[in-house]
Structure formats: C-alpha cells, structure tokens
Design a protein around this ligand. Structure first.
Ligand SMILES: Cc1cc2nc3c(=O)[nH]c(=O)nc-3n(C[C@H](O)[C@H](O)[C@H](O)COP(=O)(O)OP(=O)(O)OC[C@H]3O[C@@H](n4cnc5c(N)ncnc54)[C@H](O)[C@@H]3O)c2cc1C
Length: 340
C-alpha cells in the first residue's frame, strides 16, 4: 500500500479537489492493499454521514452512512421492500454487512480478477493499457454478458444496487458546484471507451441520501440470487423483481438483473413485455428473453445468458404464484432446498 494522508470531516467535505472517501472501507481498504487504488488523501466519513432511515411522503430516505445490516433490519424494509432486504441479507457476510454502508455499497468495484491483480493489463485500472480478460486463455467465466465493450467486459458485482435500480431508487448528492438527484439507473456508466470512469459522479461528489419509492409493486417483490456456493459469494446471475397484480394482470412491474451486466441492469424491455398483460408462463418467458436479447457474451460466459433467463423467469413465476418469500423460505430457496 502506498502512503496516504487520512483526514476526518467536516474539514471541507464535500470538496471538489476530492479526497477519496472512506465509509466502511470494505472495498476501498481492500483495493488500496492490492495497490489497485492509490489515493494520496483519504477522508473518513464515519460520524459525518447520516445513518437515519425515514419515511417521507411515500418514499424511504436512507442516509448514505447507514449500514447494510441496519437497512436490512428496518421494519419498513422488512414489511414493504422485500427485494431490498433480500439483496442485503444475501450479500457478503454479517461482519461485512455491519461495517459496510449503503452509499459505499453502490460504489463497490468489480471483482474481475484482471482488475484486482496489478500484474494483468486492465483498461479500468490503467486506461489504455489493454484488457487481459479478453486475451486467449483468460478465465472469463465471471464476466458480464450485457453492456460490454471492446475495452472492458468486467461485471458489476453488487446485489443491493440491482434491487435499488429495479425499484426506481435515486441518490441525493452534495458537491460544492451544486447538489443533485441522480436516478439509480443513471449512476453507473457503461464501460464503452472509458471503463475507468465508472459513475457519473463528479470528483469529490458525496452521496448523501438514498431514496426508495414505497409502491405496491415494491412491496410485492423479491431478489433471487444464483451463485457458486450458497453463502458468501457474488451472484453469477440474479433478479430483482416486483409486481403489482390485478388478478393475473400485471399493472406495474420492476425488473433488474445482477451478475450479468457491466452495471446494475434494469430491463425496461422485460418490463414492457409484462406491463398491462396477463402474467402467463409464456409471457414471463418472453419477458426473460427480452431482458437478455442484447446479450453479447464473451467466450466462456455463454452459460450466463441461459442462467439469467431462467433466474428471472423463476423469480417472476414464484412471485406471481406465492408472493414474496419470508426469510425462512428465502434461505431455503437460496440453499436449494425448494428447487427441483
Ligand atoms: C469478502 C467480501 C464479500 C463480499 N460479498 C458481497 C456480495 O455478495 N454482494 C455485495 O453486494 N457486496 C459484497 N461485497 C462488497 C461489500 O458489500 C462492499 O465492499 C461494501 O458494501 C462497500 O461499502 P463500504 O461502506 O465498506 O464502502 P468503502 O469501501 O468505504 O467505499 C467504497 C467506495 O465508495 C466510495 N464512497 C463510500 N461512501 C461514499 C459516499 N457517501 N459518497 C461518495 N463516495 C463514497 C469510496 O470512496 C469507495 O470508492 C463483499 C465484500 C467483501 C470484502
């Protein structure tokens, strides 16, 4: 790790000349130890950021410093945002969830091994250096199939951001040049020619609040995560879904995929196939096809296209038939006890 200066706010935070912000540190400290990130100034946000969770006018306002564990346990999240609770409790480990903040969670970095190990060439870590993940013989099994570019095929690894995008979340930011709201779907950028620029945030821009609409479709949702082992692993494919139903007819729906995109992947295409229609098996399968229609799997990741379609179709059918799983059912499902 290279030497750095550590400060604690409120000395000039937010600051356009930007120290790097440290929240729970569970991404940042890791990447500094690996020399992937080498900030010279780090500002510790603990005690400075809001951790409050409040319902205001039909929305849940969450301070960016709230931990993953605290948000997952909040009574409103338990009762009215099941996909958010599931995405949080299926992520990482209890220790990490007690330390990590929801603001930092949105900004976690890819787990692409070619990004995390400095002996490889990576356009995201070192712009213009090349992408060893796309060389002959590379292990691409965990890469993205949606939103990739010639420069980068790394996937976005997080769970919570997928539910947050599906449910139409927004973030509130603070910056000396002006505060603003950014929708969850606009926060992360596609890699295109500049994979090192991962979000639309300006240097020094601080996420202050996360805002989640509390809608009937959000209350009838869940987050289904498929991974190589049944705990403490990132998603190979996941689906955050929410449905408002009038009988069998879908009056509104939310769909996003995780584990397969270069960013949290909301699918307006899949939502359009279902909205206003009967939620038949055929239509759900058509929605799953639509969600993956633009997939461009790098060699070695083809399996993810099928996996993601099946994960999404399974999540939607189960939600239609049985509603959101309670915690015990969720964990049984995730551990494979109800499959098959
Ligand atoms: C072993 C392991 C397993 C994991 N498994 C999963 C998993 O299964 N699913 C999953 O979703 N995640 C997983 N994670 C990732 C974990 O959830 C994130 O590391 C964590 O949520 C990041 O939050 P943090 O507060 O620690 O962020 P930090 O590490 O402090 O910060 C992360 C980034 O966000 C920036 N930042 C932080 N707060 C703000 C703010 N308010 N405004 C602007 N920028 C900010 C920092 O500068 C940094 O760039 C895992 C992590 C580990 C180490």
């Amino acid at each position: 790790m290279v030497p750095f200066t550590l400060t604690t706010p409120p000395d000039a935070v937010p600051n356009a000349d930007g120290p790097t912000y440290l929240a729970g540190g569970t991404t940042l400290a890791d990447l500094m130890k690996l020399n992937v990130l080498q900030p010279d100034r780090v500002a510790h946000l603990r005690g400075f950021q809001s951790t409050a969770i409040e319902e205001i006018d039909g929305e849940l306002w969450v301070g960016a410093g709230c931990t993953m564990a605290a948000l997952a346990d909040h009574p409103i999240v338990r009762a009215r945002l099941p996909a958010v609770r599931h995405a949080l409790i299926l992520a990482a480990s209890p220790q990490i969830r007690n330390m990590a903040t929801v603001g930092g969670n949105l900004l976690q970095r890819t787990r692409c091994p070619y990004y995390r190990h400095t002996e490889f060439r990576c356009n995201k870590r070192e712009p213009g250096s090349g992408c060893d993940a796309q060389e002959e013989g590379a292990d691409r099994s965990l890469m993205a199939v949606l939103g990739t570019s010639e420069r980068c095929i790394a996937n976005y690894p997080g769970d919570f951001a997928v539910a947050f995008a599906a449910l139409g979340g927004t973030i509130e930011t603070a910056h000396p040049d002006g505060n603003r709201s950014i929708s969850a779907t606009d926060l992360h950028r596609l890699p295109e020619d500049t994979p090192h620029i991962e979000t639309v945030l300006r240097p020094g821009e601080l996420i202050s609040q996360l805002v989640l609409p509390l809608s009937p479709a959000a209350a009838n949702g869940w987050y289904c995560k498929v991974r190589e082992r049944s705990s403490y692993a990132f998603a190979l494919a996941s689906a955050a879904v929410g449905l408002e139903l009038d009988g069998d007819r879908v009056t509104s729906c939310h769909i996003a995929l995780g584990g397969v995109g270069t960013k949290p992947w909301r699918s307006p295409e899949a939502e359009a196939v279902l909205t206003g229609q009967q939620a038949t098996d055929e239509r759900i399968e058509a929605a799953s096809e639509a969600a993956l229609a633009d997939a461009n799997p790098p060699k070695g990741t083809e399996y993810k296209v099928t996996l993601a379609k099946r994960t999404l179709a399974f999540a939607l059918k189960r939600l239609r038939d049985e509603g959101p799983p309670d915690d015990a059912t969720l964990l049984a499902l995730q551990h494979g006890r109800e499959f098959g």
